[in-house]
Design a protein around this ligand. Structure first.
Ligand code: GTP
Ligand code: MG
Length: 335
């Protein structure tokens, strides 16, 4: 490990830029797909408004944050007046309505951590999850989308990392590996840490956007149009960044003591967060602070088996990026 910490990036790294960019381009959804998602949302809006005239639908998740690869599911939040609502009843009623309109595979999952209705649109084949009043998710989606507009390399890196994670089977929270959301946060943090920095820390800047949700104040600078040359002093290319990202998570991150924090644009210690030991099911083996729910470790799903799998995959990826003659193939080989 000590040897590898001193590892220099391979000298032919620039040769890998074009193939990585080609992979990124192949993952970007076509305009037609975006249009189909909008149509499905409009259909859902009509159905929902018939039943609950004051309700509104918001897109969140990767299709709204611009981190969605082609053929992703869409995530929708039904915002409905507070008061005495019973989420399960609403979800069951919603499932009935959707089913009567010929949407397919309609299922109400009322006992899930985030209760949802799932459905599939038979016309476009698009799948969709609808949750209720998950306003924080709509706001963290906006934060991700705003970061994506500052420097194109964030979206490129995140698509490649997500594609790698899906190919290697380490994007499965129910198996103790990380969510797509966690990987995007890791990419943002990584680009905040480059020198010169490629991304700023929007939550440390003078807020131009501020809302309070569930007693959590969400405030950040969102006039990102003013930041479009922020990263221009850093000339690193996507191939170098992919190399450095995996090298960081394989050999440089201090798993025993560090928490990555996009909120502060820095690394903070596990000790200051009291994340040094297992509490309930939260083991804190890889610590990724949620930007708004700061007591929430996005790595909480990782257990003593899956941390090994994850770290071995980071090491495999780092070694491929360093030594393999054709990393763009090997990196994404199915596990
Ligand atoms: P793909 O569907 O794989 O493309 O990714 P996605 O960006 O839709 O990610 P994911 O399914 O992991 O999460 C969807 C959205 O739910 C995210 O964009 C967040 O807004 C929200 N979300 C997911 N996990 C968490 C979490 O642990 N905490 C919080 N606060 N929000 C989360
Ligand atoms: Mg999603």
């Amino acid at each position: 490990r000590t040897l590898k910490i001193k590892m220099q990036c391979r000298s032919d790294i620039h040769r890998l830029n074009a193939p990585f960019l080609a992979i990124y381009e192949s993952l970007v959804p076509a305009e037609e797909e975006k249009a189909q998602q909008k149509q499905l949302l409009a259909l859902l809006e009509r159905l929902v408004c018939k039943e609950w005239p004051k309700a509104r639908l918001y897109l969140y998740g990767s299709c709204a944050s611009s981190f969605g690869v082609s053929r992703s599911d869409i995530d929708v939040c039904l915002a409905i007046e507070d008061g005495d609502i019973n989420k399960s009843e609403i979800l069951l009623r919603l499932a009935d309505i959707l089913q009567s309109d010929n949407l397919q595979n309609v299922q109400a999952l009322t006992r899930a951590r985030v209760p949802i209705v799932k459905l599939m649109d038979p016309v476009t084949g698009i799948s969709c999850d609808i949750c209720i009043n998950n306003v924080l998710a709509v706001i963290n989606t906006k934060l991700l989308r705003d970061y994506a507009q500052i420097d194109a390399r964030l979206r490129q890196l995140a698509f490649i990392v997500k594609h790698w994670a899906k190919s290697r089977g380490v994007n499965e929270t129910y198996q103790g590996t990380l969510s797509s959301y966690a990987y995007v946060i890791m990419c943002i943090h990584f680009l905040q840490q480059r020198r010169p920095a490629i991304l700023p820390c929007l939550q440390e800047m003078e807020p131009t956007y501020s809302v309070t949700v569930d007693d959590i104040e969400c405030a950040f600078f969102d006039q990102v149009g003013k930041l479009c040359d922020f990263g221009s002093r850093n000339k690193e290319t996507i191939a170098q960044l992919v190399w450095a990202f995996f090298n960081y998570w394989a050999y440089r991150h201090d798993y025993a003591n560090s928490v990555i924090s996009v909120r502060t644009g820095s690394i903070i210690s596990k000790q200051t967060k009291d994340w040094t030991r297992r509490i309930g099911n939260d083991r804190h083996l890889i610590c990724i602070e949620d930007p708004f729910e700061v007591s929430h470790d996005l790595g909480r799903v990782v257990d003593k088996y899956s941390i090994k799998v994850l770290r071995e995959e980071f090491e495999r990826a780092a070694d491929i990026m360093q030594y393999d003659p054709n990393p763009c193939v090997k990196l994404f080989e199915p596990y």
